[in-house]
Design a binder for this molecule. Structure first.
Ligand code: TA6
Length: 302
């Protein structure tokens, strides 16, 4: 694995992009620009912090998050790939796939003409566990950081046979109070309610939160808005290449059992995940690529 000194020599941008390492070897990328600040972990290509200049953090990270190699991080933008949720056949395989708990590699780091920072990473194919994923596939993640946050997750099937990929950007958003937040953009979408054994319902009106909420919305292709009256902002989620949207808040009991969500963490987070899950998993033929793209931006409610 490339040392942090080497990473800074190859990809560091003085005053903008700096690599640093925590005691147990966890490597972070710190991004500071006139537009925004952010932090990314090499493990999982996970954005653990992002705040446009002068704004409250938009990405939520648990106060009780732990950073241990091979262990998922509670918060940020976990990459769920090449399946979402439990593995369909083998419960021993990790929930949400292996991409979020493996070390990724930097391909390029650039400061672009508009002042944004673009970082391209990939998950080395040779690090993908062949017992879990006996396919020849590449996985890239392009991240552009500015007053907006763009993520493009690119899967390429290099095999001579079709593959089926489930995926999600399992993003945790920072909100003022889950009891006052509502989501719009999911009206009339069918959804599978995982708190009710996956029963199918249709969304009527905005989504409000008053209990554990764990839903896979299907055929959900419109912008999703997180309306946050306490922080007086809305977070707009613009997506393409994603037919599903997963909405999750563990609420009190489940949060207490999780151990890494913090005491009152559930109150200030909501997961709105751009996905291809359940009925919407992606079939890729030989040499076919799929792009799962999101753009997060904030708008004032004042
Ligand atoms: O996306 C919602 C969900 O599938 C929930 O069912 C819950 O398991 C959550 O993901 C967190 O999963 P994790 O494996 O990160 O603890």
């Amino acid at each position: 694995m490339t040392t942090v000194a080497e990473l800074n020599r190859l990809h560091g941008l003085p005053g903008r992009v700096h690599f640093h390492e925590e005691p147990d070897g966890f490597v972070f990328i710190a991004i500071t620009t006139p537009l925004a600040t952010a932090q990314i972990t090499l493990q999982g290509a996970q954005i653990t912090q992002w705040a446009p200049l002068g704004a409250q953090p938009v990405i939520w990270l648990s106060d009780a998050a732990t950073f241990r190699p091979g262990k998922s991080i509670r918060g940020g933008t976990p990459v769920c790939w090449p399946w979402f949720g439990p593995h369909a056949l083998n419960s021993q395989f990790p929930a949400h796939g292996f991409a979020r708990t493996l070390p990724w590699e930097i391909l390029t780091v650039q400061e672009q003409n508009d002042g944004t920072i673009r970082i391209e990473l990939h998950l080395p194919p040779e690090s993908m566990p062949k017992d879990q994923w006996p396919h020849d596939t590449t996985l890239h993640c392009d991240i552009t950081i500015g007053t907006q946050l763009d993520i493009n997750l690119i899967t390429l099937n290099r095999d001579d046979h079709p593959i089926t990929v489930g995926q999600a950007l399992h993003t945790y958003f920072r909100i003022g109070d889950i009891q006052q937040v509502r989501l719009t953009g999911l009206e009339d979408c069918p959804y599978l309610d995982k708190t009710l054994n996956g029963q199918r319902f249709s969304q009527s009106g905005p989504v409000h939160f008053s209990q554990e909420t764990d839903r896979i919305y299907l055929d959900s292709r419109r912008d999703i808005l997180i309306e946050d009256p306490l922080l007086q902002r809305r977070i707009r989620i613009i997506k393409s290449g994603s037919a599903s949207t997963v909405v999750w808040n563990p609420w009190i009991e489940k949060a207490a059992k999780m151990g890494d969500l913090g005491d009152q963490g559930y109150l200030t987070m909501v997961c709105v995940e751009n996905a291809n899950a359940a009925d919407d998993v992606v079939q890729l033929g030989p040499d076919q690529a799929h792009h799962l793209r999101v753009r997060y931006c904030i708008e004032s409610l004042a």
